[in-house]
Design a protein around this ligand. Structure first.
Ligand code: GRF
Length: 207
């Protein structure tokens, strides 16, 4: 089987990265993890990646004089490792439009809300403040506009009366860890493809 070489960009904890690594440890999974890149040398996820035998690179913005140069260094590392797909997993830095364009249709992100609701940060507090009864997470293709790319997959969780930010975040995070491997497997096996700004499912019977 042709397993798509997939690299992961992180900035912190790396629990979604760990879920992707665990899924890709199965030989039948259609993606293999080629490289983990962090822009923060202190990111916890780096240790976890090393423990799993995955190559890691720290590419920190402080070492570059512009966003373009920083993203060019990331792009070079991705290509050096033969990356075909890129997963953003808690990567906390905005990417340049040029970089996003290069990886169009091949770069995924996970967002802790049911987009297009609650874009940006502090999504769980926003969901609680809005009083929604259903919350969740979204995996989407990355486009130049943050949290606005075409949706690949979503998972919903209930909002319970006794929820606070932390309880709700934990329930969503569990769903994220199931959803991201599923979404990556759809893209890696070409069952979800970005075409003309929309996600299509080649081969799926419309009836
Ligand atoms: C996740 O909630 C993800 O949806 C968001 O950032 C968080 C990263 O968590 N983009 P982790 O580093 O994967 O544990």
């Amino acid at each position: 089987m042709d397993r798509k070489r997939t690299s992961i960009l992180i900035s912190g904890r790396g629990s979604n990265m760990a879920a992707l690594i665990a899924a890709a440890a199965e030989p039948v999974f259609p993606a293999e993890i080629a490289l983990v890149i962090s822009n923060d040398p202190e990111a916890n996820g780096l240790k976890m990646a090393v423990q799993n035998g995955i190559p890691t690179r720290v590419i920190a913005q402080k070492d570059y004089s512009s966003r373009e140069e920083h993203d060019a260094a990331i792009d070079a590392a991705l290509r050096e490792h033969g990356s075909e797909l890129v997963c953003l997993a808690g990567y906390m830095r905005r990417l340049t439009a040029g970089f996003v364009e290069k990886w169009s249709g091949r770069m995924l992100n996970i967002h802790p809300a049911l987009l297009p609701a609650f874009k940006g940060l502090d999504t769980h507090a926003a969901a609680l403040a809005a009083g929604v009864r259903i919350h969740g997470c979204t995996v989407h293709f990355v486009t130049a506009e943050v949290d606005a790319g075409p949706i690949i997959a979503q998972a919903a969780v209930p909002v319970l009366a006794e929820d606070d930010d932390a309880r709700l975040a934990a329930r969503v995070l569990k769903a994220e860890h199931r959803l991201y491997p599923l979404a990556l497997s759809l893209v890696a096996s070409s069952r979800a493809v970005l075409r003309d700004g929309k996600v299509v499912h080649p081969g799926r019977n419309p009836g």
